[in-house]
Design a protein around this ligand. Structure first.
Ligand code: PRP
Length: 204
């Protein structure tokens, strides 16, 4: 049995499509259900649907053999897992965003609203900039609009959320996309993973 952790939402839908191209029978994954554990047609693969930030945890602990998760989540989680394949979907950018003059206008300590406190600390730390990190869980763009923070570090995909709130990209932290991440022990012991990963690579 191979257990796969998928980040709920769009990444899970794209990952399901990709795994079907690799020959897995995944009709159960496409039915409307509240079940959190689902199986492929052969019963050899078990899928668990979790919050994106929990995918690295399931994989690191070996509860899942591998998972599909965004690079942004992976950077923030900083877990001991193999990042094996860039799937090239779920493409977005992690950026410092704000008003055009937010960085200049801020005082000595820049207030940064973000769902990514570790990535933010690292990014500004390597630039010698002292920051006050304000951890948020969502609607991050609201922080500079309401004066909670000077800037934000957040995901930009279409740019529409920024535009609708009068904000813009000030600096790019990194480019992100979906990745296959694998448990270290599973990669060594579950040999059946090797041909699957080869098929995934061929279908990216
Ligand atoms: C993400 C991200 C931005 C938005 C960017 O939020 O945090 O807010 O998408 O997408 P865009 O550039 O295409 O507008 P998400 O939709 O995950 O919701 P959240 O605000 O609750 O985190």
């Amino acid at each position: 049995m191979i257990t796969v952790a998928l980040a709920k939402g769009r990444l899970a839908r794209d990952a399901t499509e990709l795994l079907e191209k690799c020959g897995l029978e995944l009709s159960e994954l496409k039915t409307e259900t509240r079940k959190l554990v689902l199986f492929d047609g052969s019963g050899k693969y078990r899928f668990v649907f979790v919050k994106p930030s929990d995918v690295p945890t399931y994989v690191e602990r070996g509860t899942a053999d591998f998972g599909v998760v965004g690079k942004d989540t992976l950077l923030e989680a900083d877990k001991d897992i193999y990042e094996l394949i860039d799937l090239k979907f779920g493409v977005c950018r992690l950026c410092v965003c704000g008003y055009p003059d937010s960085l200049e206008r801020a005082g000595g300590i820049l207030r940064v609203g973000t769902k990514y406190p570790h990535v933010t600390k690292e990014y500004f730390g390597t630039r010698g900039k002292t920051v006050d990190i304000i951890k948020l869980s969502g609607s991050v763009e609201l922080a500079p609009v309401m004066g909670l923070s000077d800037v934000i570090v957040d995901i930009v995909e279409s740019g529409k959320t920024l535009e609708a709130n009068g904000l813009e990209v000030l600096e790019e932290v990194c480019k992100c996309s979906a990745r296959v991440v694998v448990n270290r022990v599973s990669l060594k012991t579950k040999k059946e993973l090797v041909p699957l990963f080869e098929k995934i690579r061929a279908n990216v």
